[in-house]
Design a protein around this ligand. Structure first.
Ligand code: BJW
Ligand code: ZN
Length: 249
């Protein structure tokens, strides 16, 4: 097993309001690629500016829609890991805990977290590219090629414009109510766990900083150093699927 200093486990056991802030690293051991990891990260193989911006979607909707359909089909083929399960176990034990995730996958939900706050949206909640009306997922094959182009369906029930992925691209605002709830939770918690995020993308990366500023203890779980190291009181340097279960034991 992984050695977790007992004072750290005690911090968690005594906390009454916990925020668990997660990034792509928590899903890495399920087989979902992160964005910025060397060799395995999505941005090693794909150009972020050509895929994850509103301009990219305007220029080439089929390229962008196809890429997100591939990402969605890849997530549908994998399962939550022991890290997601440990997060759900903390929530079950600490009634006023809040999961704040930057992830667009649904692995927290599938591990039993009832209502994670999705700061960057979801692969499973497309909306209208013109009027933002939410739309049901179109039927599609369970497998998509990584470089597959796919014309977005004209699926809007209100205005029949093409759908777009329900995610937050660079330069776009985060869903306001969701971000406000996350800031509120961070400013009133006594412990924040930050797990598997590079802490580079703003405003999401403010969440652990807000918690620290308001006096919460911050525990970070990440195999690598991040800019959040100095924000954290404890840095547990290891993979989430090993460290988190050891922490909740
Ligand atoms: C493990 C592990 C294991 C590995 N266990 N850990 C300068 C230039 C241009 C823009 C900006 C700029 N400065 C600021 C900006 C703004 C920009 C930004 O922050 N850019 C920075 C990158 C510089 N932010 C925005 O544009 C945001 N919007 C905004 O600011 O709006 C302003 C506005 C206001 C009002 C009106 C209009 C506008 C929006 C940001 C949206 C981010 N979107 C993405 C894509 C989502 C859709 C998709 O999935 O395709 O969100 S980008 C990508 O990064 C994704 C992630 O949620 C996000 C964070 O990544 P994350 O989760 O941290 O992953 P990685 O890969 O970075 O890190 C993984 C970590 O896991 C690593 O540390 C590993 O070590 C670790 N790990 N294995 C535990 N087993
Ligand atoms: Zn519409």
């Amino acid at each position: 097993g992984v050695l977790v200093p007992s004072e750290t486990a005690t911090l968690l056991r005594q906390a009454e309001r916990v925020v668990i802030f997660t990034g792509a690293g928590i899903s890495a051991e399920s087989g979902v690629p992160t964005f910025r990891d060397a060799l395995t990260g999505l941005w090693e193989r794909f150009d972020a500016a050509a895929l994850a911006t509103p301009e990219a979607f305007q220029d080439d909707p089929a390229l962008v829609w196809g890429w997100y359909e591939w990402r969605r089909s890849a997530v549908q083929r994998v399962r939550p890991n022991a890290g997601h399960e440990a997060v759900a176990a903390i929530e079950a034990r600490v009634p006023s805990s809040v999961v704040v995730t930057q992830n667009v996958d649904d692995l927290h939900e599938r591990a039993g977290s009832p209502a994670p706050l999705h700061l960057h949206g979801s692969l499973f909640a497309p909306r209208c590219s013109a009027c933002a009306h939410p739309a049901p997922l179109p039927d599609g094959p369970a497998e998509e090629p990584a470089d597959g182009r796919r014309v977005p369906p004209p699926g809007c029930a209100r205005c029949s414009a093409p759908l777009r992925p329900g995610v937050v691209w660079f330069g776009e605002a985060l869903p306001e109510a969701v971000f406000e709830s996350a800031v509120e939770a961070a400013s009133s918690c006594d412990l924040l766990l930050t797990v598997g995020t590079s802490g580079l993308v703003y405003p999401a990366a403010e969440i652990p900083r807000v918690a620290a500023r308001f006096g919460a203890a911050v525990i970070q779980v990440n195999p690598q150093e991040t800019p959040l190291d100095p924000v954290a009181d404890v840095n547990l340097r290891g993979p989430a699927a090993q460290v988190l279960p050891a922490l909740v034991e």
